[in-house]
Design a binder for this molecule. Structure first.
Ligand code: SAH
Length: 342
């Protein structure tokens, strides 16, 4: 049991920073669970329309880049492979685009990889353990990530009486528990905040690649632009549980700090788009019209299609909490869907 391993490690080396706890717990989780649809349902799993609209978004970027002969398409954390399968179905309708693609799937779970092998098919497909393994190249780059950044390890800081603490996972009476570890003196009001070195490194490396190769990164995830607080959460079969219970058997995640992402992108000299509520983004991509067309073609699917539309776009469901965020280069590139921005 993972909790016993954690207790052993804590006894030997002291409390673990929250980021290390998340990393280890999630590796075990994704290696042993086909969680999607059971512990949580992601947007591509709700309806094919989601992935098809992302496919159109990517196609538009490819066209704005002048339809290059080769273009790398990377998905970070493809889960069951549904999003990429839907994207490739759209790509197939434009043979020059489909043939130009070099498809890379960044996935660390052997279990999910084996599932993706069944769902996704493209002659050029390759799997990578991590984004750093993506070969350096001069071909333009399209990177897409749905509910990936939220799974990256996040640190939790707390400042009180001008002293800075980090939240760790320690042990008490044979059970894991949260503890605060003193780090240093730090002037400022009492507050707590989260930071993800993994997200920062990822965004910075993507920015560098995009600057060199041109292209776009599109991610959809839950998160905030300002504020935040303690956002660590755990889900088992759709229900929130204590993040320190069900270790390795619960999906744990943190909200994405999009304000921080935007600052990083601007600092690197690229263009940032969003964060825009997912509902607004999908409506800008004409989800309503697409759903109507599908309803006409499949009248028996009217109910499920309307339910999918509501689930993906309504503010009380995935429409507001989830955000779309994009990075593009060169500066002249204007991706669709972010119409209310410049
Ligand atoms: N994008 C999918 C799945 C989201 S779940 C969807 O929307 O349905 C997160 C996915 O990212 C899983 O496939 C998980 O195995 C993968 N993943 C999480 N952390 C990872 C990491 N550090 N490196 C590589 N893959 C990771």
């Amino acid at each position: 049991m993972l909790e016993a391993q954690f207790l052993d490690e804590i006894e030997k080396s002291g409390p673990l920073p929250q980021s290390q706890f998340m990393e280890k717990a999630l590796q075990t989780y994704y290696q042993n669970h086909i969680a999607l649809g059971k512990d949580f349902t992601t947007a591509p799993e709700v309806n094919q329309v989601f992935g098809e609209l992302i496919g159109l978004w990517l196609l538009d970027v490819y066209q704005q880049l002048g339809c290059p002969k080769k273009i790398s398409l990377v998905e970070l954390g493809p889960g069951k492979g549904t999003l990429m399968a839907d994207v490739l179905r759209i790509a197939k309708m434009v043979p020059a685009f489909y043939d130009a693609l070099e498809v890379y799937l960044v996935e660390f779970s052997p279990l999910l990889k084996s599932l993706q092998k069944k769902t996704i098919s493209h002659p050029s497909m390759k799997w990578l353990e991590k984004i750093e393994d993506l070969p350096s190249s001069s071909t333009p780059l399209l990177v897409v990530a749905n509910e990936f950044l939220d799974a990256l390890p996040t640190t939790y800081y707390f400042r009180k009486n001008n002293e800075l603490y980090e939240r760790c996972v320690g042990a008490k009476e044979g059970k894991v528990c949260f503890q605060f570890k003193y780090l240093c003196q730090n002037q400022g009001p009492e507050t707590l905040w989260e930071e993800s070195v993994a997200v920062k490194n990822l965004i910075e490396s993507l920015c560098k690649r995009l600057k060199k190769q041109m292209g776009a990164f599109l991610c959809l995830d839950y998160g905030y632009e300002k504020g935040g607080g303690d956002t660590l959460q755990a889900l088992v079969e759709g229900h929130p549980v204590d993040p320190l219970s069900h270790i390795g058997d619960a999906d744990i995640s943190c909200h994405v700090n999009f304000g921080h992402l935007r600052d990083l992108v601007l600092k690197e000299g690229l263009k940032a788009w969003g964060p825009l509520p997912q509902g607004t983004f999908l409506k800008n991509l004409h989800i309503k019209e697409r759903i109507e067309r599908l309803k006409k073609a499949n009248p028996s699917q009217k109910g499920p299609l309307e339910a999918a539309y509501t689930r993906l776009t309504h503010p009380s469901q995935m429409g507001l909490l989830f955000k779309a965020f994009a990075i593009t280069f060169p500066i002249s590139l204007k991706p669709i869907g972010f119409d209310n921005e410049n």
